[in-house]
Write a protein that binds this ligand. Structure first.
Ligand code: C2E
Ligand code: MG
Ligand code: MG
Ligand code: MG
Length: 279
């Protein structure tokens, strides 16, 4: 009968499934521990304005120095944190920590923080942002939240209202990884954005392949037309920088300028003569 069939199927899949589930459970427990014990770190990657040729902001990127598995990249634990809802306390920590760090920088340097779609579905996010700004004393105008277009698929009045509320604080919103999700162009019309971040997949080889060149140019023009800034993500070579500059992008981010660095390294970088890192 159904019962014995179910049992035999279970027996067949059990070992593999069980070990995958155990790994997940262990990782989840370790994530909880890391939240309680201040176990995460933030790195910061500079963003350079292509007109002024100087660093104008840093993007905070989370790192998890895992006790046994070594440093973990966000892609290795953010999905689980999202499934379990743990991204909410983690995201709150990121906001508070990054704002606290950014007040130490010069006042003309901005801070970008990634916000998960799961955080965006929680109306408490507004209070979390408000508190992080209050607590740190960071001017709201210096903070920019990065949201991927896929975060808006499950678009609701709540999300739209939240984004407007956040913007009313003076905080800016950037659309991250632009071009990789669905209906990107439609979202630009519906949602209040201040910046488009062009995904690395369009930027890589944009000085070599005419398709990429055309797409970067199109997105940069879209930005100019909409009156929003555009950032080319993942610029790794001088050629790519020159091609996105020619395309009309406002700023670049990528290994060509710098990899993500520690908070201490940011302070050292900002203490240098701006000309020493101009590209
Ligand atoms: P993202 O927001 O698009 O961040 C850019 C990613 O590209 C970062 O990877 C950065 O290290 C990498 N990158 C920058 N320049 C280059 C380059 O020139 N070449 C290459 N190959 N890569 C480059 P990372 O730090 O591993 O983060 C991956 C993603 O994880 C982020 O993509 C973001 O979506 C997410 N993430 C990171 N930190 C947080 C966080 O605090 N909260 C949330 N919710 N998500 C985060
Ligand atoms: Mg980002
Ligand atoms: Mg991105
Ligand atoms: Mg990305």
């Amino acid at each position: 009968g159904a019962k014995s069939y179910g049992r035999s199927v279970l027996r067949y899949f059990e070992p593999k499934m069980e070990s995958a589930m155990r790994t997940r459970r262990v990782l989840e427990t370790e994530l909880r521990l890391a939240i309680e014990s201040d176990g995460f770190e933030l790195n910061y990657q500079p963003v350079m304005d292509l007109e002024a040729n100087r660093i104008v902001s840093f993007e905070a990127l989370i790192r998890w120095p895992h006790p046994t598995m070594g440093p973990m990249r966000p892609d290795q634990f953010i999905p689980l944190a999202e499934e379990t809802g743990l991204i909410v306390p983690i995201g709150e920590w990121v906001l508070r920590e990054a704002c606290k760090e950014a007040v130490r920088w010069s006042e003309d340097i901005g801070l970008a923080v990634n916000i998960s779609p799961v955080q965006l579905r929680d109306r408490r996010l507004f209070q979390v942002i408000h508190n992080a700004l209050k607590e740190s004393g960071l001017a709201p105008e210096r903070l920019e939240l990065e949201i991927t277009e896929n975060a808006l698929i499950a678009e609701t009045d709540l999300t739209l209202g939240l984004l407007h509320q956040i913007r009313d604080l003076g905080v800016r919103i950037a659309m991250d990884d632009f071009g990789t999700g669905y209906s990107s162009i439609n979202y630009l019309r519906k949602f209040p954005f201040d910046k488009i971040k062009i995904d690395r997949s369009f930027v890589t080889g944009s000085d070599q392949h005419s398709e990429s060149t055309a797409l970067v140019k199109m997105i940069a023009s879209l930005g100019i037309g909409l009156g929003v800034r555009t950032t080319a993500e993942g610029v790794e070579t001088c050629g790519e920088m020159e091609s996105v500059r020619a395309a009309g992008c406002s700023e670049i981010q990528g290994y060509f300028l710098s990899k993500p660095i520690t908070a201490d390294a940011v302070m050292k970088l900002l203490a240098q003569d701006p000309q020493s890192y101009a590209r």
